[in-house]
Write a protein that binds this ligand. Structure first.
Ligand SMILES: O=P(O)(O)OP(=O)(O)OP(=O)(O)OC[C@H]1O[C@@H](n2cnc3c(O)ncnc32)[C@H](O)[C@@H]1O
Ligand SMILES: [Mg+2]
Length: 198
């Protein structure tokens, strides 16, 4: 495989972009897909991996560069894995606060012992839009859903995600710490090994 010197990040989510950029560091020149197109492809896949590939191909097509996409979300045990691949759109596109409120309502009567959940991240890297061999790396982060939001950091469901290994909410972690522990960090560590950037 050709050495990777420049790539486009196929995400329009500011929180994710910040984390991915911090994790990639200076090893590659990182561009944003927003430089090339504001169109967001429909996420029609049934899995995180399918949606990551779809977003990566779109970004490679509009940029002419290798593209890295992240499809991620929260899978809650008591909800049969929901909101899952619909995590960003759980409250019909009304945003993070509405998503969190809907999740708390759905878990209103669920006791602590049954509030297990995992953050999931699928990263897909394609060399070009029609690449037949995307590189796929996944990461999981196990935790529990709190009864009310805590902390100001991170984005999305971070204020509701209890991190057992740190005994705080994900939104209470320093960004450097979240970037070492998270589902995205785990997937990125595998990707770096695969690309020998570690
Ligand atoms: O598709 P792109 O443009 O990358 O941006 P998006 O926000 O739509 O991203 P996804 O389709 O992958 O949906 C992921 C959602 O899952 C949630 N999520 C993912 N990673 C998270 C994290 O580290 N902390 C908190 N919430 C996270 C958050 O609500 C995201 O909007
Ligand atoms: Mg999305």
């Amino acid at each position: 495989m050709k050495a990777l010197t420049e790539l486009v990040l196929a995400s329009h989510n500011a929180g994710k972009l910040k984390e991915l950029q911090a994790m990639l560091g200076d090893a590659v020149r990182v561009r944003s897909v927003a430089e090339f197109s504001s169109h967001e492809p429909e996420e029609t896949g049934l899995s995180f991996v399918e949606n990551a590939i779809l977003k990566a191909r779109h970004a490679a097509r509009v940029s002419g560069l290798p593209a890295l996409a992240d499809d991620s979300g929260l899978a809650v045990d008591a909800l049969g894995g929901a909101p899952g691949i619909r995590s960003a759109r759980y409250a019909d596109g009304l945003g993070d606060a509405a998503n969190n409120a809907k999740l708390l309502a759905a878990l209103q009567d669920v006791p602590d012992a049954e509030r297990g959940a995992q953050f999931v991240c699928a990263l897909a890297l394609v060399q070009h839009a029609d690449d037949p061999l995307p590189i796929i790396c996944e990461g999981l982060w196990h935790g529990r859903i709190l009864h009310e939001p805590r902390g100001e950091g991170g984005f999305g469901y971070d204020p509701l995600f209890w991190v057992p290994e740190r005994e705080c909410a994900s939104a209470e972690l320093a960004s450097t710490e979240k970037n070492q522990l998270s589902h995205r960090a785990r997937a990125m560590a595998l990707l770096k090994q695969r690309l020998a950037l570690a």
